[in-house]
Design a protein around this ligand. Sequence first.
Ligand code: SF4
Ligand code: SF4
Length: 201
Amino acid sequence: MCLRCGRCCTSFGVCVTPSDIARIARETGEAPETFVMAIPEQPGRQRAEPAVLIDGERSLVVLRYREAQGARFCPFYSPGGCSIYGARPMLCRTYPFVLAGHGVAGMKGRVCPRDWKPSGKRQYVADLEQYHREVERYAKMAAGWNRGKGGGLDAFLRFALRAAGGPPEPPNEPPEPEEPEEPEEPEEPDEPDEPEESNPP
Ligand code: SF4
Ligand code: SF4
C-alpha cells in the first residue's frame, strides 16, 4: 500500500487536465492561475498529456511547484498529506499505476519506492479509464487551441475551463480504510510498454 511518503508530491510538476483544474478551483476557491503554471515541453519525451502553445512555446500545464533543495514541492503538499485529497488530479489519483489489459500494472521509472499492489484495484481501473477519457478530451481541446496559435496562460485557462464545461463533479472516492490490508492478488498483468514516467521532470 501507499506509504504516504510524499515522494511523488515533491518530485515533479504534476500535469493537470482542464477537468482537474476546474475541480481544484471549485474545491479551493482559488483562481486557476494561482495554482497552475506552464513549463516547456521537453523534446523527445513521450507522454499522454498534450503540449499547448503558451506564448509561442510548446508547454505542459502543471500544478505550480516550488523548488527547494533539489525537490519540486506541489503547492498542495503538506507533511500531513495532500490538502486537496478529494479533488486531487487524476494523475495523482492513479499514481503509480497504468492500465494493463483489464487490470493495472506499476508504472515504469517511477519515483515511488514501494512495489505495492493497489488494494482497491477496481477503483484504480475506473480512475485510470476516466483519466484516459479526460486526456482524450484535453488532446482535442489542445489541438483547437494550438490551431489558433495559442496565447498566454490566462487566456489558455479561460479556454480550457470553457472546454471543461465548468467544474465537474469529483470522481467517486470510496471511503479509505485507516490501514488497508494487502489483498490476495489473483493475477498480475504484465508490465506494459509505457513511457518512463507520466510526470514531467
Ligand atoms: S495534488 Fe496532492 S497528491 Fe497530487 S502531488 Fe499535490 S499534494 Fe500530492
Ligand atoms: S504513491 Fe509511492 S511515492 Fe507516492 S506517497 Fe505513496 S508510496 Fe510515496
